[in-house]
Write a protein that binds this ligand. Sequence first.
Ligand code: SF4
Length: 439
Amino acid sequence: MKKVFIRTMGCQMNVYDSLRILDILNNLGYEETEAYEDSDLILVNTCHIREKASEKVFSELGRYSKLKEDKPDLIIVVTGCVVQAEGEDFLERAPFVDIALGPQNYHHLPEKLELIGRKLKKQVIEADFPVQTKFDFLPSPGSRTYSSYLAIQEGCDRFCSYCVVPYTRGAEYSRPAKDIIKEAEIMTTSGVKEITLLGQNVNAWHGIGTNGEPWRLEDLINRLADIPNLLRIRFITSYPSDMTSELLNCFTSQKKLMPYLHLPVQSGSDKILRAMNRRYTSSEYLDIIFKLRDLCPEIAISSDFIVGFPGEEDKDFEQTLDLVNKVDFASSFSFKYSPRPGTPGAAMKGQIPEEIKSSRLDVLQSLLQRQQERFNYNCIGKVLPVLLEHEGKKTGQLCGRSPYLQNVNLEADKKLLGEIIPVKITGANLNSLRGEQAI
Ligand code: SF4
């Protein structure tokens, strides 16, 4: 078999896309290798969410171009949001790349490989938003590990003023329920026990259900929960205004839905939320959290924060700290604002100096880390059901996930991989728990 090396940058959606691209390549006779030097095809799946993303991609590609000097038949493919953002300029900047495909075009990889393989073209690029969705052309998913992503929604119509997603992934699109159910069923036959439903705005998913009625995300979750071997369901990433009461209720009524919600707030200041074009206020966000805590007291809440958005004053930042203190997050992701070319935020007045952004981020992260540590320490002594996903670095160690998405390490027989077992938590730190198998 020919060998493919895949390098994935960025978010869970890119991880999912890379797996789907591997499904395509498996059908063309490629197997994955972890050593790029041994490969016949190198695929770099790129992300444009961070500052200087393109520069990082071009510098990484430089490494692979050197290999191509020694292996002229090596095919280099680049996919993802950097291709979309750079457009036609991409191949001019990377003349050694054979194929460049935007996030909505990777299903065309087989025909592009044929063009390159038969030397009918020297380079090809495709970075548009086709009328027909790529999902209609992808092969059945190949084998997966015990926990897997499943994209149900893609793109976004919300246009937050700092975000490139609406420009790189296109308009919001919900996959049909029947296709999602079929993909989930195939995954579970290959051993998947936990599925994380993915979307840039996943809780906006909607469609016609298998009963012919309009469905929202909670209906889809309940239908997926009927798949016998599917034991756990999660969804990410949600937008606060799309958190309906029905979806909140699902956390109590549907036992297969894990008690973990990632709900990005970004800022605790209403002035900054308006400037970000986030369409909720801090008190509306808190209402959702408190309602959910009433329904499901054990829920773990996670969030994203941006500090130093243009116009953020000390009092706005203090409102963010105030919100964090009110919620008490189990985990979080926080970043300094970095302007992305082409977004409204990049052209706003009142850009914040780097040193102020850094000092605010330090303060916020130390508060969030204290909350995360406390959440983890509070698990000591409890018995949690843990899905064992893979072997650890130490001999005899297995690693899994708690219902709250914490990493859990323990010593156990590797025959238990793929099982959900009770684990007594004996230790904790910021990023993981330790435990022992409870009988
Ligand atoms: S809702 Fe999320 S994906 Fe959509 S524009 Fe805002 S930040 Fe980007």
